[in-house]
Design a binder for this molecule. Structure first.
Ligand code: FAD
Length: 488
């Protein structure tokens, strides 16, 4: 059984001296060296590792799970870890799909879910100060009680934390209206590798030199530990409208999205599904491309947004109006994540790849990724939808699946080939290799190509300045020697 992905040190025990320092920092009850918590910390929702699980392979194992209950305790843990050169891999909900929270060098898995307090809801200034370990439903429920919404609804909202959203630079399903998480976060409290605490001033805008908060948004636990965030919030919308159409060509649907955003309309959800996904999710014929709209806001604003999309669809060749119940169907099933485990249990290797690009390049990327991934031996499907739109471009979200021979090498080879093909097609067309899932391990080997040599050098320099001993989430973001390519 292969239990380690990284170095030979992964999973080796911490010295008594380190354990004593950790126990002094958070209390003995919150330093766990065995049991389910330790086993579970070696997993996230990286789909490939679900396959490994079935094959008896553990992706990684920390030496200890440490559960701090305050910023001061996080600082004390990092001070100790820094002094002892012990790796520290943060986690919130462990819903990441890229292996980001796997402790590939062992050491400490830092469980941030005891940081679960919503500190302040400021209705006047529309800001909410919250600890990082608050889960999505608790965050949204507290805001709803105050007549507000956080506007961030990832499909994984039940599984994920505010800190994880920020660390992965995620996107919610209503991002057309509320923005991605980097548009929503206003200020951060971050514990640095040496235990110092950085607090940025949560103001709506400033010109005080470079924004020191930004490097930590999307840093996936490699540059610092996010302990608190101040987030923009909104009054709850007073009106909601739903509509659905289908189009003859996916590229025509992309053009409707483009022209909607260009017209200045930002319906919370405007999602376009290709033929196979429209058949799978909405029982439409597989040559129809479903376009579902959910607009929310003030009644007049909502009516105008619906009118904009309605008119643009009306101008489109071979467009049909579909039952708005399609939107209800999407709403009912949108956060159901049970299917993945069932599919994996049938021996199917499956994953999703979300990318972004300017509008002019999206049709080419859609065609190229499908063609190249389907050319991989044993590939069965490669489908896509567009879930997030901006005036200058959008996101394509691919799902691929195949049935390679069940032996581990064949599974890994199939999986890697699909990723290689997709990433090459995206970077070749000038797209970004991730729109919201992040890099983690699965995309680490593509980072140099994505950022370029100088870009990678800048990221490495930031890492060296902020984490000189390299203790924070080693080997993620392409910042290390493990550039995932099969199990080693
Ligand atoms: C079914 C499913 C659907 C999903 N849908 C979406 C979606 O719609 N939109 C989307 O954006 N994502 C989605 N995801 C991916 C995932 O849920 C997000 O990336 C989420 O933001 C991760 O949050 P988490 O709390 O689970 O973080 P974790 O998985 O615990 O950690 C993710 C990364 O962030 C780091 N990290 C976590 N907390 C902190 C912290 N406080 N400080 C520093 N680093 C930290 C970890 O080290 C790791 O690198 C989905 C995942 C699943 C399984």
């Amino acid at each position: 059984m292969r239990v380690r992905l990284g170095s030979a040190d992964a999973g080796s025990p911490l010295s008594d001296a380190v354990l004593q320092r950790l126990e002094a920092a958070v209390g003995p009850d919150h330093v766990l060296v065995e049991g389910d918590a330790v086993d579970d910390a070696g997993h996230d929702w990286w789909p490939l590792t679900l396959v490994w699980d079935r094959q008896g392979d553990r992706p990684a194992r920390p030496a200890a799970v440490v559960r701090p209950g305050s910023t001061e305790e996080v600082a004390a843990v990092l001070t100790a870890a820094s002094a002892e050169r012990t790796p520290v891999t943060a986690f919130g909900g462990r819903s990441g799909v890229c292996g980001g929270s796997l402790p590939v060098r062992g050491g400490i898995s830092l469980d941030l879910t005891r940081l679960d307090e919503i500190v302040d809801i400021d209705s006047e200034n529309l800001m909410c100060r919250t600890q990082a370990g608050v889960f999505g439903p608790d965050y949204e429920a507290a805001l709803a009680d105050a007549g507000l919404t956080g506007g961030h609804f990832p499909q994984s909202i039940d599984l994920s934390t505010v800190g994880g959203w920020i660390a992965c630079r995620g996107a919610g399903q209503y991002s057309n209206r509320y923005g991605k998480i980097e548009d929503i976060v206003r200020g951060l409290e971050v514990v640095l590798a040496d235990g110092r605490v950085l607090r940025t001033n949560p103001v709506p805008a400033a010109a005080t030199g470079p924004d020191l908060m930004r490097p930590f948004v999307g840093s996936e636990g490699t540059l610092g530990i996010i302990t608190e965030a101040t987030m923009q919030v909104w009054p709850r919308p007073r009106a909601t409208e739903k509509r659905a159409w289908s189009l003859g060509r996916f590229s025509d649907g992309l053009d409707v999205l483009r022209r909607t955003l260009r017209a200045g309309a930002h319906p919370a959800c405007l999602r376009l599904y290709d033929g196979p996904e429209s058949a799978r999710s909405f029982s439409l014929p597989d040559d129809r491309n479903a376009l579902v709209l959910l607009a929310e806001g003030e009644p007049d604003e909502v009516a105008w947004q619906v009118e904009v999309v309605h008119d643009l669809v009306g101008d489109t060749f071979d467009a049909r109006t579909e039952d708005a119940a399609l939107v209800d169907r999407w709403l009912e099933h949108r956060n159901d994540v049970s299917a993945l485990h069932e599919v994996v249990a049938r021996g199917i290797v499956v994953d999703t790849i979300e990318v972004s690009a300017p509008w002019s390049r999206l049709p080419g990327i859609y065609d190229a990724v499908q063609k190249d991934v389907l050319a991989v031996d044993k590939a069965l499907v490669c489908t896509a939808h567009s879930s997030h739109a901006y005036p200058s471009g959008g996101c394509l979200y691919f799902t691929f699946a195949g049935m390679p021979d069940p032996d581990p090498e064949a599974v890994d080879a199939f999986y890697d080939a699909c990723w290689d093909k997709a990433m090459a097609a995206v970077t070749g067309a000038g797209g970004a290799i991730s729109h919201h899932h992040g890099i983690g391990l699965v995309r680490a080997r593509f980072m140099q190509r994505e950022l370029g040599e100088t870009g990678m050098g800048v990221l490495s320099a930031m890492k060296a300045a902020l984490d000189p001993h390299g203790i924070l989430n080693p080997d993620k973001l392409g910042l290390g020697s493990i550039l995932w390519q099969g199990r080693h």
